[in-house]
Design a protein around this ligand. Structure first.
Ligand SMILES: NC(=O)c1ccc[n+]([C@@H]2O[C@H](COP(=O)([O-])OP(=O)(O)OC[C@H]3O[C@@H](n4cnc5c(N)ncnc54)[C@H](O)[C@@H]3O)[C@@H](O)[C@H]2O)c1
Length: 246
């Protein structure tokens, strides 16, 4: 059997690269898609160095029409079995200082971009009545961050609802849509916060397992949700946070 193809957006980044690595190790051909093509290419090189199969693609999920065309093109070349919507941005700072353009940027990527990437993936998968979508949510999809991240938290709550509503709507097709909700990991997205030693210590102290997560641990959850082992799982958001939300 030829390899299944998995598209991972934001695959040039910490968690996306971890997800891409795990999916490649299970034998998927990974399409590492990122706004930053060089970072996507680095992920592909790391997968190739392990003997895996991957290719890099530039995508800007905020440009929803172009992103949909890219997803359709990838699907025409290699039918997508798995689509992981991982690309996102964060912003922090007091709510009273949030500017409308910053709000629009975060929502435009995290919510609008994810929504239309889900739509594009469904347009490919529904006619085949087969496929799995995993949206990267966050513990912020369930509870507010301890730092001032109201816009980001709002966006991640919306991604959780996109996941649940879409899963209900298309369930009869057999296409499954789930989410994974990481706790805190050190990546480019969180380094500005974690560089504050006090905050990093506080984070670790609040995590029952006593450490930050690793990108590949998120990848393992995505691998499960997108596998036949999760054939009866849809509309679920799997929390991978070392027990923080417990
Ligand atoms: N790091 C954490 O602690 C943490 C916790 C919970 C959830 N998450 C979620 O995990 C996901 C990945 O986060 P990360 O920490 O790896 O971030 P990151 O900043 O390290 O990586 C994000 C990647 O997305 C890419 N990207 C940004 N905007 C894009 C766009 N418009 N189109 C395509 N690609 C784009 C970036 O180039 C980057 O490679 C996000 O959805 C984030 O909300 C992260």
């Amino acid at each position: 059997m030829s390899a299944e193809t998995a598209l991972v957006t934001g695959a040039g980044g910490g968690i996306g690269a971890g997800i891409a690595a795990v999916l490649a190790r299970r034998g998927d051909h990974v399409v590492a898609a990122d706004l930053d093509e060089e970072r996507a290419a680095a992920t592909v090189a790391a997968i190739a160095a392990e003997g895996g199969s991957a290719r890099a693609v530039r995508i800007d999920i905020a440009d929803v029409e172009a992103a949909a065309a890219t997803i359709a093109r990838i699907d025409a070349e290699t039918p997508l079995a798995t689509v992981v919507n991982n690309a996102a941005v964060a912003t922090s700072g007091p709510l009273v200082d949030v500017r409308p353009d910053d709000y629009d940027r975060v929502m435009g990527i995290n919510v609008r971009g994810t929504f239309f990437a889900v739509q594009a993936a469904l347009r490919a998968m529904l006619p085949r009545r087969r496929g799995s979508i995993v949206n990267v949510c966050s513990t912020s999809s369930f509870t507010a961050s301890t730092s001032d991240m109201t816009v980001y938290d709002t966006s991640k709550a919306a991604v959780r609802m996109i996941t649940q509503a879409a899963a209900k709507e298309v369930g009869r097709s057999g296409v499954r849509i789930n989410g994974v909700a990481p706790g805190t990991l050190r990546t480019a997205l969180t380094t500005p916060l974690l560089d504050d030693d006090g905050f990093a210590g506080l984070e670790r102290d609040r995590i029952p397992l006593g450490r930050l997560g690793e990108p590949e641990e998120i990848g393992q959850a995505v691998a499960f949700l997108s596998s036949d082992a999760a054939a009866y799982v849809t509309g679920h958001v799997l929390v991978v946070d070392g027990g923080w939300l417990a």
